[in-house]
Design a binder for this molecule. Structure first.
Ligand code: 16G
Ligand code: MG
Length: 654
């Protein structure tokens, strides 16, 4: 691929929303294959077009579905990739004649907000914060917060030129009486961090007047059109918690108190399904972007990967048993199983009976390292997997014989390693030194990644980068690569592919002469369609693991033996104020309070292969301790000593 900074200006006559035929005056200047265009008019847009044989252009990825398009100039960028900072997604299209009213709230809008807010008084004496994964609390105190986040989601849609925003009601792996709410941005990723302080402040506004004042100030600052003339669209979803339905209703009330905002209820879905739909609607311009589309895409791309398995390595790898945490993943996996009727899967803890997340699910299995309810000695030797309550985490395990319910855990780090290995293999078939274009591959982990996994990935020759805990940090970092693979040890992760890489790959699928290279390109293409690029997705991740294991002809033990985990221990400590702990270096070093880091380091160096860090939890009122060492006893001892230290420095000693 030639990287050229060539910019050709051409003029388009019209771009129709959704269907998107682009008519350019000088299409002869454009090449036949997919090209990247940038449209400039009041904002910058990324458009990917195909030039058809009749010389016209078909635009297949485009801007906000709700913008009235009056675009006139188009710059052809050839195969040049502008720096990502120049590519806001989604574009913020603004009609210049509306500028005068930006951020001004009219009287009708003000009184609608006042009226509806008075029906949702905030709970007394409770301060909520938009943590690592949105607001989470006992469901009984969340009505007002969810109502207000409905308003926030509508504002976010207005801010992004009418792009669809996601609002998910879930408390993931927390107990069934909890619930929560989080927002998905137009690309399907987590709400931009810049808006989190606003989420905190409106959630805690004591009365309707102060709430309206905060909204007014924020809308002015952010130039959000609140004059009722602009549409806003929100997709709502919820997991299976009994409190979910009423909370979705509260969110709808928040949304409909912003003039022009429309909420579409997607019903009971997994968190990643909702993120996928948001992304599909905005980025891929799928007109329906429904759950059905999701199932179609993941099942078709999975089948494609299976069809591309070289015959010689095609051998049975036995059945898979999946623990669905008694959550939403059970019914969704059942749909996939029916679509892929030859996939050998047994579904357990499907949610028909049994309590959500109670001694079941990925979080329980990964933290406790024991079999979930419903599994036992009869499952020894079988490949098992666990999803969490909203199906955005996935771990595998096998039951140890005579092990007293102990398991061999195959965690997020191992899933990451399997994905990285497969992608690296396919890339090395596809590219050689002669290729002018070398895709950049990055692997993103957190401090919780087992040290043995990082060593393994480094040995594969991959670049490993660390970020703080929380999907938003990993996701953002992975975006910096052509192929960015990220996983947390807890089983949340995915793979991101850059548009530039996908354009190149699409070309290779058809132009490569050798069958092997063509198949490698097709496999990578199928991976990009199967994996949920919006967010970590237990169901699509599970299908990718299954496809790769079948491709390799590997039994689960072979996969688990890629490397041997260093023994580790996690503990949590209740402290007076967890915000007193300030960390740096992807949470591996404590900056404040002074003195504690030196004490931890002094303890850690005593243990061979010792590693230890302490961080405040983003989801619980505790401080977490993680320790790793060459034996389990040593890891336990190190974790216990450091936990005592944390208590000395930060505990309740008045
Ligand atoms: C949330 C995060 C997860 C993180 C965990 C850490 C998302 C969607 N989920 O579940 O990524 O590992 O919090 O919890 O961001 P902690 O801060 O309590 O340790
Ligand atoms: Mg979850």
């Amino acid at each position: 691929m030639v990287l050229k900074n060539r910019v050709i200006t051409t003029t388009i006559n019209s771009i129709a929303t959704g269907t998107t035929n682009v008519e350019a005056q000088e299409p002869e200047q454009l090449t036949q294959n997919q090209n990247i265009f940038q449209v400039v008019e009041g904002g910058r847009y990324l458009v990917v077009c195909d030039k058809r044989s009749d010389g016209k252009l078909t635009c297949n990825q485009f801007v906000s579905p709700h913008s009235v398009l009056e675009l006139t100039s188009l710059f052809f960028l050839g195969e040049f990739r502008p720096p990502s900072s120049n590519l806001p997604f989604p574009p913020t299209y603004r009609r210049s004649r509306k500028k005068k009213n930006k951020g001004r709230m009219n009287e009708q809008q003000r009184s609608m907000l006042l009226q509806s807010a008075s029906r949702f008084p905030p709970p007394k004496g409770i301060k909520l914060s938009y943590g690592t994964a949105g607001f989470r609390a006992d469901a009984s105190v969340l009505q007002s917060t969810v109502f207000r986040i409905g308003i926030l989601a509508a504002l976010r849609s207005l801010k992004t030129g009418g792009a669809v925003i996601g609002l998910m009601i879930t408390a993931s792996h927390n107990k069934v009486s909890d619930n929560g709410v989080k927002v998905a941005d137009p690309g399907g990723e987590m709400l931009t961090q810049d808006w989190e302080p606003f989420a905190d402040s409106i959630a805690n506004a004591p009365d309707p007047q102060s709430l309206i004042q905060l909204i007014d100030e924020f809308a002015k600052k952010e130039n959000i059109p609140l004059d009722g003339a602009n549409p806003a669209a929100i997709f709502l979803g919820r997991d299976t918690r009994p409190s979910g339905e009423a909370l979705v209703e509260a969110a709808k009330q928040g949304i409909s108190s912003v003039i022009g905002a429309v909420g579409s209820d997607m019903g009971v879905v997994t968190t990643p399904q909702l993120h996928w739909m948001v992304r599909a609607r905005n980025k891929d311009m799928k007109p329906s972007a429904s759950e059905l589309d999701y199932f179609d895409q993941v099942s078709t791309s999975f089948r494609c990967l299976i069809d591309l398995i070289p015959k010689k390595s095609h051998q049975g790898i036995g059945k898979l048993i999946v623990d669905c945490a008694n959550g939403v993943g059970g019914e969704k996996l059942q749909v996939l199983k029916e679509k892929l009727n030859w996939l050998d899967v047994e579904i357990r803890n499907s949610g028909k009976q049994g309590i959500l997340n109670e001694q079941v699910g990925a979080d329980y299995v990964q933290k406790e390292k024991v079999v979930p309810q419903g599994f036992g000695p009869h499952d020894v030797g079988i490949r098992c997997a666990s999803l969490d309550g909203d199906a955005d985490r996935l771990v595998y395990f096998t039951v140890i014989s005579n092990g007293n319910n102990q398991i061999n855990l195959v965690d997020g780090d191992k899933i990451l390693s399997l994905f990285a290995l497969f992608i690296k293999d396919q890339l090395s078939i596809l590219t050689d030194d002669k290729n002018e274009y070398q895709p950049r591959v990055g692997v993103v982990q957190t401090a919780y990644a087992n040290g043995a996994s990082t060593k393994y990935l480094n040995q594969l020759g991959l670049q490993v980068i660390f970020t703080p805990t929380g999907v938003k940090y990993l996701h953002e970092k992975a975006h910096e690569y052509d192929i960015g693979i990220y996983f947390e040890a807890n089983g949340h992760g995915t793979i991101l592919f850059s548009d530039q890489f996908l354009c190149w790959l699409e070309d290779r699928k058809s132009t490569e002469k050798g069958l092997e290279k063509q198949n490698a390109a097709k496999r990578l293409w199928a991976v990009s369609k199967l994996i949920n690029q919006a967010v970590g997705d237990a169901l699509s991740g599970l299908l990718l693991v299954e496809a790769i294991l079948q491709h390799m002809g590997w039994l689960v033990d072979k996969w688990n033996e890629l490397y041997r985990d260093l023994p580790s221990r996690q503990l949590k400590v209740k402290v007076a104020d967890r915000t007193a702990v300030v960390t740096t270096n992807a949470e591996t070093i404590i900056e404040k309070p002074p003195g504690i880091q030196e004490a931890i380091t002094a303890l850690t160096v005593k243990y061979p292969q010792g590693r230890c860090f302490v961080r405040p939890s983003g989801t619980e009122d505790v401080v977490r301790v993680y320790a790793e060492a060459n034996t389990q006893e040593a890891a336990d001892e190190l974790a216990t000593c450091v936990a005592k230290l944390v208590d000395q420095f930060l505990g309740f000693h008045f």
